[in-house]
Write a new protein. Structure first.
Length: 94
């Protein structure tokens, strides 16, 4: 996937953007449930769909004062805070 720089977390096989305070979790083949996504972002999920790629993040992140996710903010051209789940390919939600 172009535009992302990732490091692979061998504990759970997700790829994470190397940012200081936030993580970007990348999935392209495995199914991700709502409950898993909520756990990864730390709350209720909001989604932005861009070019066939879904970005999930904490919908209350701004009110909770979560740190800016620089990588996701640059890619989506809007301020995104907290951890982000990226769904592509077979992992996309219908």
């Amino acid at each position: 996937m172009s535009g992302f720089d990732f490091v692979i977390d061998t504990r759970d096989n997700t790829k994470r953007a190397p940012s200081g305070d936030t993580n970007t979790h990348y999935f392209d083949e495995e199914e991700v449930t709502l409950e898993q996504a909520q756990k990864l972002v730390g709350g209720y999920v909001q989604m932005i769909d861009r070019g066939g790629i879904q970005f999930l993040f904490n919908e209350d992140g701004l009110m909770r004062g979560l740190p800016v996710n620089t990588e996701a903010s640059q890619l989506l051209e809007t301020q995104i805070v907290g951890d982000v789940v990226v769904l592509e390919g077979e992992s996309r939600w219908v």
